[in-house]
Design a protein around this ligand. Structure first.
Ligand SMILES: Nc1ncnc2c1ncn2[C@@H]1O[C@H](COP(=O)(O)OP(=O)(O)O)[C@@H](O)[C@H]1O
Ligand SMILES: [Mg+2]
Length: 331
């Protein structure tokens, strides 16, 4: 930490600081780890910086898919700037495979693929051990959120789940479950907040079912740091796969040939033709000198690329009054 500034809040994993901008907070990710409602405490060496970086990459992923988040930027290995929000005191949990408290509560085995993803809400209140809530508890007893907000949160959470499931499966990871927090910013927007890291997700290797998240700490499975390092690697892999796919899919190489029209006087062409004749090349006729323009263009399809190139020719690349052009999309 660069200054002796006091945090406005010290949580179980992060410290929250104010900045000069009242709407922006600085979050510092610590190495400290807790489990079972802070009954178990410890340290995972290097976790702070790994979680800050994984959170950054995953918040950016969310933004790529149009999900509004509190993320502004990563300013050091352990620190992010985020938009200040009023956190809705709900732990929004989504489950794809049975694990953790669901198994305990229902007496079912870990690893059951659920018929459909489940979204559930717990009360974000450490003193009470984050109890599971019903909608009526939320609406009528706590009055934290109304039906409309809960519907919006549920819909958004399922969308996020879909994105994460696909993203991680692409790098050999099953998303078992995870916890999200939402908050409301100064303009009344609902933003995805807090962090997106192996502290709040259960990640299993798709081939071996090896646990690559905080369960290694909770259950004393060893190689805790390695799991976090591995997850950072997979997230980076996933991101680069995405950018590769994006650029490959969406960029087209275009070749444009511009030539003077057949009935247009082409002094340059005539000069070359004359020069060739004087060099002894007989029978060279109708010589035209043109140019070739090549470029890559982003487009959804080949025909869109062609249309874009046509527009560029009409407006700049050719002079349609005196020149013809031929467009070729080469890949
Ligand atoms: N953008 C934000 N604005 C305000 N508070 C936030 C924001 N993002 C996260 N927080 C809060 O910061 C706190 C610190 O994080 P953490 O150490 O994980 O706390 P906790 O012990 O509550 O899990 C959390 O209570 C979280 O809700
Ligand atoms: Mg937390």
């Amino acid at each position: 930490m660069p200054t002796m500034q006091k945090p406005i809040y010290t949580g179980k994993a992060k410290d929250i600081f104010e900045t000069e901008d009242p709407n922006i907070l600085r979050t510092y990710f610590r190495d400290s780890a807790t489990a079972f409602n802070a009954q178990k405490k410890g340290e995972i060496v290097g976790k702070g910086k790994i979680n800050a970086t994984i959170s950054t990459l995953l918040f950016e992923l969310m933004e790529d898919f149009g999900i509004k988040t509190h993320f502004v930027k990563q300013i050091s290995e352990n620190e992010l700037l985020v938009k200040r929000v009023k956190i809705i005191p709900l732990e929004v949990i989504v489950r794809n495979i049975s694990a953790g408290s669901l198994c305990k509560r229902l007496g079912i085995e870990e690893g059951k693929v659920l018929k459909a993803p489940i979204v559930e809400f717990s009360y974000k209140k450490d003193e009470l051990g984050d109890p599971l809530l019903t909608r009526a508890y939320i609406k009528n007893a706590l009055e934290i959120a109304d039906d409309e907000t809960l519907d919006k949160i549920t819909e958004l959470t399922l969308k996020i789940n879909k994105i994460f499931k696909e993203f991680f499966l692409n790098v050999g990871i099953k998303v078992v479950d995870f916890k999200l927090e939402y908050g409301i910013d100064k303009d009344g927007n609902m933003l995805l907040a807090d962090e997106l890291s192996p502290d709040n997700f259960r990640f299993w290797d798709a081939k071996t079912n090896e646990k690559l998240d905080k369960d290694r700490f909770r259950q004393d499975l060893g190689k805790v740091e390695d799991a976090y390092i591995e997850m950072l690697k997979r997230v980076k892999e996933g991101k680069s796969k995405m950018t590769n796919a994006k650029t490959q899919e969406k960029t087209f190489s275009v070749r444009v040939q511009v030539l003077p029209k057949a009935d247009i006087l082409d002094p340059q062409g005539q000069a070359v033709e004359k020069a060739l004749a004087s060099m002894g090349y007989k029978g060279v006729k109708d010589l035209k000198v043109g140019r070739e323009v090549v470029f890559k263009v982003e487009a959804e399809s080949e025909s869109e690329a062609k249309n874009k190139a046509k527009e560029m020719c009409e407006r700049l690349l050719a002079n349609p009054v005196i020149e013809d052009y031929k467009i070729e999309v080469v890949g």
